[in-house]
Design a protein around this ligand. Structure first.
Ligand code: NDP
Length: 249
């Protein structure tokens, strides 16, 4: 029997990329998944292909939206804070609005969603918060300072919450992927092509050379780590930021 059967997970940004892969992987363990994001049609379509999945509209930057979404979701055992955005520009040309936008989704959104679930979670006999950070949370990166700063904040929050709630049965961990083959990376490739005039293959090579294994990581590889962190037997692993980067960090 799947040990996670009947557990309930919320996955923010669950309609695409890494979030969707996490939903599929957890569903394979018998977990009921609730996919959250802003595009309800896309979420519903994604949930339609997954056993025991549902879709709820949620903008993680909006207090009322998060409150209503988590009320509608009901009791939650697992929260995967996956919603995230990126932008690329030279530091001195990055408008303050970009800093605020990225902070609002990647950091404040994660705080808002976590605050919505921790109350009951600290009293539960099983609870998991898993934050999708990035290797950008473990080292610097040129031209992506707001993203790097936001993902370092995610790793810091992960470590702090794990200590704050260490006396409960809840664990808080982060996974830190390198470049994963998703829409975000497609946008990065398009960006490199536009800014440098490189071909798609050259732009792709720029990204894959950051991974010592010389390839893009697959969403299923990230989802596998998330599923392991959800396992009851990983209960003593908390406050960790697990790199999924082919050895890059
Ligand atoms: P996607 O662009 O496919 O996923 C981002 C998700 O975030 C979308 O589903 C989007 O849904 C959701 N989202 C964005 N803004 C909001 C918001 N305000 N409220 C709620 N949901 C929101 O990219 P990935 O799957 O690649 O990214 C998922 C996570 O993984 C991100 O945190 C990213 O930083 C991280 N990551 C990605 C890597 C990569 O190389 N792809 C590497 C390392 C980390 P909607 O538009 O419907 O709101």
């Amino acid at each position: 029997m799947n040990v996670l059967a009947g557990r309930r997970a919320v996955i923010t940004g669950g309609g695409t990329g890494i979030g969707l892969a996490c939903a599929r992987r957890l569903a394979a363990e018998g977990v009921e998944t609730v996919l959250m994001g802003r595009d309800l049609d896309r979420l519903r379509e994604a949930a339609g292909d997954i056993e025991a999945a549902s879709a709820i509209r949620c903008d993680v930057t909006d207090d009322d939206s998060v409150k209503a979404a988590f009320e509608a979701a009901g009791a939650v055992d697992i929260l995967v804070n996956n919603a995230g955005i990126v932008s690329a520009a030279a530091f001195h040309r990055t408008p303050m609005a970009d800093w605020q936008r990225i902070q609002a989704v990647n950091v404040e959104g994660l705080v808002r969603c976590s605050q919505a679930v921790v109350g009951p979670m600290v009293r539960a006999d099983y609870a998991r918060i898993i934050n999708i950070a990035s290797i950008a949370g473990l080292r610097g990166g040129a031209y992506v300072a707001p993203y790097v700063a936001s993902k370092h904040a995610v790793v810091g929050l992960t470590k702090s919450l794990s200590l704050e709630y260490a006396q409960t049965r809840m664990t808080v961990n982060a996974v830190c992927p390198g470049y994963v083959e998703t829409e975000i990376v497609e946008n990065s490739i398009a960006n490199i092509m536009e800014k440098t005039g490189r071909t798609r293959d050259q732009a792709l090579a720029e990204l894959t050379k950051t991974n010592p294994q010389g390839r893009l990581i697959q969403v299923e590889e990230v989802a596998e780590a998330v599923a392991w962190l959800c396992s009851p037997l990983s209960g003593s692993v908390s406050g960790q930021a697990i790199a999924i980067s082919g050895g890059a960090v």
